[in-house]
Design a binder for this molecule. Structure first.
Ligand SMILES: CC(C)(COP(=O)(O)OP(=O)(O)OC[C@H]1O[C@@H](n2cnc3c(N)ncnc32)[C@H](O)[C@@H]1OP(=O)(O)O)[C@@H](O)C(=O)NCCC(=O)NCCS
Length: 177
């Protein structure tokens, strides 16, 4: 008969998360998580146009799974151009509604930023809420324009090496353009 987990083990299961690079087998589960967490029609967002036909940055696409292998959260990243400079476009990032508020997104964000730095990426940007992403050091980017319709107040960036956003302005375009 299977042994029942004691209270401590149950607690540990709740807090244990494994962060790993997304695999091909994870793809549809991550897609399902994004469908659950974002409004219908998410792929019509301007950020998706920038990702079309461009390979994601595989080492920066991460899953967070619990001890049973159940997906709690995920993040993907793509390269884009800003003027002549290359940047990471972070996202989508999402956490399953039953796991929100436990710090899962913070773990994924922090791991992404650490990996991006260690892989010598210079700058990273995203479209999101400044009060949330400010916690990780993201600030409104001046003179950087996402394809419309994007609220400029939500276009945020972080320099992965000091000064990396200095003088970097212009339209955000696909690596394919
Ligand atoms: C946004 C999201 C990824 C955060 O995931 P999470 O694992 O719950 O985040 P964390 O546990 O690391 O942080 C939670 C904290 O951030 C706050 N927070 C979450 N979303 C926020 C937002 N949009 N603006 C400001 N604060 C926010 C929470 O209130 C909470 O605050 P507290 O720690 O003071 O209680 C998750 O809520 C989600 O998947 N939402 C739906 C998809 C989405 O909006 N993705 C982001 C697109 S830009």
């Amino acid at each position: 008969m299977p042994r029942q987990a004691g209270p401590d083990e149950r607690h540990m299961q709740q807090v244990t998360l494994n962060l790993a690079e997304e695999t091909a087998e994870d793809w549809w589960e991550v897609e399902a998580l994004y469908d659950l967490c974002f409004a219908p029609g998410r792929s019509a967002l301007s950020s998706y146009r920038l990702r079309e036909g461009v390979a994601p940055i595989a080492p920066l696409c991460l899953t967070a799974k619990d001890g049973d292998g159940i997906l709690a959260g995920a993040v993907r990243n793509w390269p884009v151009r800003v003027g002549g400079a290359v940047s990471i476009l972070l996202g989508p990032i999402a956490v399953h509604p039953t796991r929100q508020g436990e710090g899962v997104a913070s773990l994924l964000m922090q791991r992404c930023l650490d990996l991006a730095r260690s892989q010598n990426w210079e700058r990273i940007m995203l479209v999101g809420d400044a009060p949330y992403y400010g916690k990780f050091g993201f600030e409104k980017l001046q003179g950087v324009a996402m394809p419309p319709p994007t609220n400029p107040d939500r276009v945020l960036g972080l320099a992965l090496r000091p000064g990396a956003w200095d003088g970097v302005t212009g339209d955000v375009t696909s690596m394919q353009d």
